[in-house]
Design a protein around this ligand. Structure first.
Ligand code: ADP
Ligand code: MG
Length: 387
C-alpha cells in the first residue's frame, strides 16, 4: 500500500507479477475523508469526498499524512494548508476536530487503509490481513509508528514499513539484477510534497542472501507539489475575473471547487497538449473563458521546478556526490508527468530518467514486490532498508 498525502493505492504481487488493484473510479484513491457535521460518522471516502471538499472544508479531511505521528507544535506550520480544525491531544500530539469529535490522524488514515483493504479483498476474493506500507524516507520513528497504528486500526498487520524511494527502486528492479552496487536518485513530486532521495543499492550475491538499500541522503520540501501549480492557475484566473468584474468579488465554495477542478484538469491536459481551455460560469452573467498554453504554464511553474532542482543539489551535496555519480534516476509522483519536470531533471542529472512505469503507481508496485519477497512467493533476494 502506498499511503499518499494526496492519493493512495494498493497493489498485489503473485505469480502474475506486480499489479495495481483498481477501484470503480480507477487505480487511485484520493486520501480524503468527509465526516458528518457532528464528526460522528464517515460520509464519504476518496473521489466523492474530494469532489465536495470546497463545499464542506471544515469536515473534509485531506492531507492527514502531514499530521501523522507529529506534535501539534511541529505541525503549526501546516495549519494554514489545512481546512479543518487542529487541536492538541495527549503529549501535545496533533489531532483534528470535526463537530464535537476529536479525531486522531491515525483514525483518518485507517479509513483510507480500510477502503484499500476492502478493494483488495473484492479483487482477490480472499481476506487480506497483512500488508507492506510505504512512508517517505524522512519519516521519523513516531511517524512510522503512527502509520503502523493506522494499519492496525484498519485490521491490517504491517509486515514491514518501507521507504517510498526504496519501493520505487524495487518496482524498477534496480539492484536486483545488476551485479554491482548502484547509486539511484529518486525524484518524487506529488500533490503537496517534494522529495529527492539518493539510494545506494548493494545487491545480494546469490538468491537467498540479503542485499540492502541504503538512503544516503534525502532532501525536499513538504510544501511543494502539484497543488501549488493548481493554485497558481487559480490565482491567474481570479486576477483576471476581478480585473473584469470588480475587485471585491468573492467566490462561493461551489465556485472555488469548480475552479480547483478545472485548474487541475487544465494542468493535466497541458502535460499532453499545447493548449487547454477553461470555462467557468460564476453566476450573474459572469464567466471565465480562457485558454492557457503550455508555454504559459511552464513560465508559471518554472520557479517551483527550479526549487526542486535546488533540493537535488542539496541532496547530492549531503551525499558528497556529483550528478555524474548517479547511475539511475527514477521519477515518482503524478507531477513528474509534466514534460518540463522531465526535461529539467534529465538536464540536471545528465541522464534520461526512468519513466517506463506509471509514476503514480510505482511506489505501490514496489511495496507489493517487497510483500511477495517477505511472504516467500518471490524468489528474489531479501532486501533490507537502512534508514
Ligand atoms: P502524493 O504522492 O502526494 O499522494 P501523487 O503522486 O498522486 O501524490 O500526485 C498527485 C499530483 O499529481 C496532483 O497534483 C495531480 O494533479 C498531479 N498529476 C497527475 N497527473 C498529472 C499530469 N498528467 N500532469 C501534471 N500533473 C499531474
Ligand atoms: Mg507519493
Amino acid at each position: 500500500i502506498d499511503l499518499g498525502t494526496t492519493n493512495s493505492l494498493v497493489a498485489v504481487c503473485d505469480d502474475r507479477g506486480p499489479r495495481i488493484l483498481s477501484g470503480d473510479a480507477g487505480p487511485m484513491l484520493p486520501s480524503v475523508v468527509r465526516y458528518s457535521a457532528d464528526g460522528a460518522t464517515v460520509e464519504a471516502v476518496g473521489d466523492a469526498a474530494r469532489a465536495s471538499a470546497a463545499m464542506h472544508p471544515e469536515r473534509t479531511v485531506a492531507s492527514v499524512k502531514r499530521l501523522m505521528g507529529r506534535a501539534l507544535r511541529d505541525a503549526e506550520a501546516d495549519r494554514k494548508y489545512l481546512s479543518y480544525e487542529l487541536v492538541s491531544g495527549e503529549h501535545d500530539t496533533a489531532r483534528l476536530k470535526v463537530g464535537a469529535r476529536i479525531i486522531t490522524p491515525q483514525e483518518v488514515s485507517a479509513v483510507v487503509l480500510r477502503t484499500l483493504k476492502d478493494r483488495a479483498e473484492q479483487a482477490l476474493g480472499v481476506p487480506v490481513r497483512r500488508a507492506v506500507v510505504t512512508v517517505p524516507a524522512y519519516f521519523d520513528d513516531a511517524q512510522r509508528q503512527a502509520t503502523r497504528d493506522a494499519a492496525r486500526l484498519a485490521g491490517l498487520d504491517v509486515l514491514r514499513i518501507i521507504n517510498e524511494p526504496t519501493a520505487a527502486a524495487l518496482a524498477y528492479g534496480v539492484g536486483l539484477r545488476a551485479g554491482k552496487p548502484q547509486t539511484i536518485a529518486v525524484y518524487d513530486l506529488g500533490g503537496g510534497t517534494f522529495d529527492v532521495s539518493i539510494l545506494r543499492v548493494t545487491p545480494a550475491e546469490k538468491a537467498g542472501e540479503t542485499g540492502y538499500f541504503e538512503v544516503v541522503a534525502t532532501a525536499g520540501d513538504t510544501h511543494l507539489g502539484g497543488d501549488d501549480i493548481d493554485q497558481a492557475i487559480i490565482a491567474l484566473l481570479m486576477d483576471e475575473v476581478r480585473a473584469k468584474h470588480g475587485l471585491a468579488l468573492t467566490f462561493s465554495g461551489r465556485v472555488l471547487q469548480t475552479l480547483r477542478d478545472l485548474a487541475e484538469r487544465a494542468k493535466v491536459r497541458l502535460s499532453a497538449e499545447d493548449a487547454a481551455a477553461i470555462r467557468v460560469d460564476l453566476g450573474e452573467g459572469r464567466t471565465v473563458d480562457r485558454t492557457i498554453t503550455r508555454a504559459e504554464l511552464e513560465a508559471l511553474m518554472s520557479p517551483w521546478i527550479e526549487r526542486t532542482i535546488d533540493r537535488c543539489r542539496q541532496a547530492l551535496r549531503d551525499a558528497k556526490m556529483a550528478p555524474g555519480d548517479i547511475d539511475t534516476v527514477a521519477l515518482v509522483g503524478g507531477s513528474t508527468r509534466i514534460p518540463l519536470v522531465r526535461r529539467r531533471v534529465g538536464e540536471f542529472f545528465g541522464a534520461a530518467p526512468y519513466t517506463a512505469l506509471d509514476p503514480d503507481q510505482v511506489v505501490a508496485l514496489g511495496a507489493s514486490v517487497q510483500g511477495a519477497v517477505l511472504a516467500g512467493t518471490s524468489r528474489a533476494a531479501l532486501l533490507f532498508d537502512v534508514i
